[in-house]
Write a protein that binds this ligand. Structure first.
Ligand SMILES: *Cc1c(COP(=O)(O)O)cnc(C)c1O
Length: 385
């Protein structure tokens, strides 16, 4: 049956794609080796630097974020290398599994899935590693499964305090262009990101921003690689080209997205996300429900993960809200499957869209007979006005 009105895609990525970007993507595909392409390629490669806040190289892959995770590791490490990771949630767990499949020895600092990475624990572990066997520290910036943010600048300082030479790699697939991020200033060696979250694009592009130290490590890295090899990219990228067919139409979209972000102003984009996170949490607390992230100051402006009361299925609740109110909410992943749902409030998003989203959740709670107090939407509106 046809559903009237617009669907609310409120999962924490892919986020809804604005019309301007859809129109840009809709332009005719051109010869990726022809003269007109250079302008598109150079604009994309240079534009991304302003978003990562880097003057170093950003690699672009026609792949989802997972591909860029793999690229970060295979370009810089050798078989058997030790890698220190922090268990922030589902996505850090997937990155660790990927590292293990590549033949790396990945080690977790355990976390409770309710906050970001802890710099002190990272410092303590690195201080123990007197022989510098750990070759990389990998942290997820915005853990999309829990709605928690890791303090990246603090992790950098912790690595420095330990006097450890490990490479520092950060996944900000869902943080970039929504939360403040400074690749150069924070001393990150490889930043991994993707197109379909804060950048407001469809899925299909992912990125590695690499430091000079990471590019130097690439020369000696012994893991097998071909498609992901930075070495193959650097040459053609200089003139705006790629070693194989790039996702031309997504690059049109990327260039539009970067323009849009600067038209609004990155700081305004970050403030907007922070404010929406705050309003969403005010609603959740008024409903008498619990926000999964319980570390003050680490709650995400990208999404809010909400715990349902014991004995209530988060998936049944999500199915009911989709059916009745045509809104897609994010599911709980692995350890928190069926226990939490996630409200995405990222990308091209404004106050009225947030209020409508929260109204969908509040009506859904009532419809699905989940015990709660009314007034969450009001609490959010109070914060927004
Ligand atoms: C979405 C996401 C990924 C996975 O990206 P894909 O595009 O699905 O491969 C990895 N890490 C984080 C933090 C994410 O939000």
């Amino acid at each position: 049956m046809r559903k009237a009105g617009r669907h609310f895609l409120q999962i924490p990525g892919p986020s809804a794609v604005p019309d301007r970007i859809l129109s840009a993507i809709g332009q005719q595909t051109i010869d990726h080796r022809g003269p007109d392409f250079a302008r598109v390629g150079l604009k994309a490669l240079e534009g991304l630097k302003t978003i990562f806040k880097t003057e170093q190289h950003v690699f672009i892959y026609p792949a989802s974020g997972t591909g860029a995770w793999e690229a970060a590791l295979v370009n810089t490490l050798s078989p058997g290398d030790r890698v220190l990771m922090f268990e922030t949630g589902h996505f850090s767990t997937l990155w660790k599994k990927l590292a293990e499949k590549l033949g790396l020895q990945a080690e977790f600092i355990q976390g409770d899935w309710r906050g970001g990475a802890d710099p002190e624990q990272i410092e303590a572990r690195l201080a123990e590693d007197k022989g510098h066997e750990i070759k990389a520290v990998c942290v997820v910036h915005n853990e999309t499964s829990t709605g928690s943010v890791s303090p990246i600048a603090e992790v950098r300082k912790a690595i420095d305090r330990a006097g450890h030479p490990a490479l520092f790699m950060v996944d900000t697939i869902s943080g970039l262009a929504s939360l403040e991020y400074k690749h150069d200033e924070w001393g990150v060696d490889v930043t991994v990101s993707g197109s379909q979250k804060g950048l407001m694009l469809p899925p299909g592009l992912s990125f590695n921003a690499a430091s000079a130290k990471a590019v130097a490590a690439n020369k000696k890295a012994g893991l097998q690689r071909s498609y992901w090899d930075w070495e193959e990219m650097i040459g053609p990228n200089k003139t705006g080209y790629f070693p194989y067919t790039p996702a031309t139409n997504l690059l049109y979209g990327l260039n539009e997205a970067v323009d849009m972000l600067h038209e609004e102003g990155l700081d305004n984009v970050f403030a907007r996300h922070a404010r929406h996170g705050q309003a969403a949490r005010a609603a959740v607390r008024t409903w008498g429900l619990e926000v999964l992230c319980n570390k003050q100051g680490q709650e995400s402006g990208v999404l809010t993960a909400v715990k349902l009361p014991d004995g209530h299925s988060a998936d049944a609740f999500r199915a009911s809200t989709l059916q009745h109110y045509d809104i897609s909410l994010g599911n709980g992943l692995s350890k928190v499957a069926d226990k939490v749902f996630r409200i995405g409030h990222l990308g091209d998003f404004n106050d009225l869209m947030l209020v409508a989203t929260l109204a969908g959740v509040e009506m859904g709670l009532k419809q699905a007979n989940v015990p709660h107090e009314a007034g969450g939407v009001q609490a959010a509106m109070k914060l927004l006005t």
